[in-house]
Design a protein around this ligand. Structure first.
Ligand code: GLA
Length: 365
């Protein structure tokens, strides 16, 4: 096991944790000024951090022993360094660090699984640098620091879902966030008390948001909002959307409008005191919308959803940016093992685990 002192010959100034997330509902709504409802996962990134005096940025990962990314702070710029170290550098360059920085990350969020491994990296480092250098920085500004690292440095045109989830979620809760005004509410999510579980199924088909598909959807949503004459699809009415002449833009907009309604419906069901099993069909409707209107699912994800439902799940949907990654399945706790086995392809390669709503980012040492 690689320790900070083994790599950097000194002790870290602290260790900060930031989790990955599963999104209960509210997919691709974040860059349309809409609603989201994520929960933090127990899977996380730990960032051990120490400031330097020689002007270097040095980045290492427990998961990649023996390789250290090193460059002068003065040479850090968008896209450089490339690769996973860019998520660290893209945060570091937004702080005043003339002496440089050493960072060791240790993560167990599956990469490319739609579970926000990249936000776990950016948010752990952002929280560390906030605590060390800018303790007055509000958490909403920190969300933007982490988002800018993805958008401007790595080149992935994401919204604020993942960074908000990682920084703001609380144990035992999902985070109901309005991405337009950033107002938020913690929604109690004790599925175990209702005899339920949220099963995550990672198909292992990795995606990348710096590739074309995600950006295409973003542009299509902007084009649909422009055609409708609204600031964002958040403001579009269902009737207006159905009047759009362009078939593709109409279906993209329909997903956003119906998905925002589904977030509100799920929040109502979870806070209304009824049986949370009622959430299941809303999740499945979300999948159908992502598959048919937004067109970002895959045959593997569709098969997981279909098989889970055929084996008694209450609902299931793909999660995250799409084009691969994971599905979430709402299932009776007693059926978790049976459903997890049923959704496996030949050879049984899919990783499965039960998502327990976990704490958001914090300092651990
Ligand atoms: C990715 C992005 C988020 C969000 C989701 C889809 O995770 O990083 O901003 O758009 O896809 O809901």
């Amino acid at each position: 096991m690689t320790g900070f002192a083994d790599v950097f010959d000194t002790a870290p100034e602290g260790v900060w944790l930031a989790p990955g997330r599963a999104n209960v509902i509210g997919e691709h709504t974040d860059y349309n000024d809409g609603f989201v409802l994520p929960m933090a996962l127990p899977h996380r990134v730990l960032a051990s951090v120490a400031r330097r005096t020689d002007g270097l940025l040095r980045i290492a990962s427990v998961q990649q022993p023996g390789s250290v990314v090193e460059l002068p702070m003065s040479e850090v710029r968008a896209g450089h360094p490339a690769g996973w170290a860019g998520y660290v550098a893209g945060v570091a360059e937004q702080f005043d660090l003339p002496g440089g920085l050493s960072v060791l990350v240790d993560g167990d969020v599956p990469a490319g699984a739609g579970l926000s491994s990249s936000a776990a990296v950016t948010c752990s480092v952002a929280l560390a640098l906030r605590d060390l250098l800018r303790p007055d920085l509000p958490v909403d500004a920190l969300v933007d620091v982490a988002r800018r690292a993805e958008n401007d440095f790595v080149g992935a045109p994401t919204g604020i879902l993942d960074q908000s989830a990682s920084l703001l979620c609380e144990a035992g809760h999902a985070l109901f966030l309005d991405t337009r005004d950033r107002s938020r509410r913690q929604v109690p999510l004790d599925l175990a008390a209702a005899g339920l579980a949220m099963l995550v199924v990672d198909t292992g088909h990795a995606h990348s948001h710096a590739d074309g598909g995600y950006g295409d959807r973003r542009r299509e949503c902007e084009a649909a909002a422009a055609a409708l004459g609204v600031p964002a699809l958040r403001d579009a009415t269902p009737d207006a959307v159905e009047g759009l002449a362009d078939d593709v833009l109409r279906r993209r907009a329909r997903h956003i409008v119906t998905e925002n309604a589904r977030v509100l419906e799920v929040v109502g069901l979870l806070t209304g005191g009824g049986d949370p099993r009622a959430v299941g069909p809303v999740l499945t409707a979300g999948h159908v919308s992502l598959r048919d209107d937004f067109e970002i699912s895959t045959p593997e994800l569709d098969a997981v959803v279909g098989t889970a439902l055929a084996h008694g799940a209450h609902g299931a949907r793909m999660v995250g940016g799409g084009f691969g990654g994971s599905a979430v399945v709402l299932v009776d706790a007693a059926d978790v093992d049976r459903v997890a086995a049923a959704v496996q392809p030949a050879g049984g390669s899919y990783r499965t685990f039960v998502a327990v709503p976990s704490p958001g980012a914090h300092r651990v040492a």
